[in-house]
Design a protein around this ligand. Structure first.
Ligand code: AMP
Length: 186
């Protein structure tokens, strides 16, 4: 089971990824988590990455790809993976194809959790108050959404053109959305 999970920040993509991990027994690989771990390690590079993330901008493709490749090489990823937060732009989607082709582990399915922009903004601003994430203030959220629209939304189109995309309405309860995701994968 090798899946790319797509969706705007606040779409509930991370929650669905965790449920897929439980059901299919493959790891969730979140480039946001990999980056946060790099930041927590406190290196000079980590500080630069933190500034980029706090502003809601994308970290450089090379850096993210380096972290991702290391993660894909670990044992647990050999049986499959749920990619969460990668690819974030068309260049990453293209590089990913090459990397996975070399590993003979191509993506089998892309799933878009589709939620409209107004609903997303409402959700993330509510989450910002609860979790106090530095990248969840209103200005950053708007920036992340603009980047999503300009750079990440075309990635869904990239997989759609290959006939690999399931476009799932991300409304309703977590379990309702999850059952739609599972039916799309079967
Ligand atoms: P996420 O946890 O997926 O919302 O990611 C949090 C932040 O990490 C994003 O706003 C970006 O700054 C950065 N990030 C995560 N994944 C990527 C990626 N594939 N390419 C570039 N930046 C990324």
């Amino acid at each position: 089971m090798r899946i790319v999970l797509l969706g705007a920040p606040g779409s509930g993509k991370g929650t669905q990824a965790k449920k897929l991990v439980e059901k299919y027994g493959v790891p969730q690989i979140s480039t946001g988590d990999l980056l946060r771990a790099a930041v927590a390690a406190g290196s000079d590079l980590g500080l630069k990455v933190k500034a980029v993330m706090d502003a809601g901008n994308l970290v450089s493709d090379d850096l993210v790809l380096g972290l991702l490749k290391e993660r894909l090489a670990e044992d647990d990823a050999q049986k499959g993976f749920i990619l969460d937060g990668f690819p974030r732009n068309l260049a990453q989607a293209e590089v990913l194809e090459g990397v996975l082709a070399e590993m003979e582990q191509p993506v089998e399915h892309a799933v878009l959790i589709n939620v409209d922009a107004d609903e997303i903004l409402k959700r993330i601003l509510a989450r910002a108050k609860v979790e106090g994430r530095a990248d969840d203030n209103e200005e950053t959220v708007r920036n992340r959404m603009a980047i999503y629209k300009e750079q990440t939304a075309p990635v869904a189109e990239f997989y759609a053109e290959k006939g690999m995309l399931s476009d799932i309405a991300g409304v309703g309860s977590i379990d309702e959305i999850f059952s739609k995701v599972v039916s799309a994968l079967n």
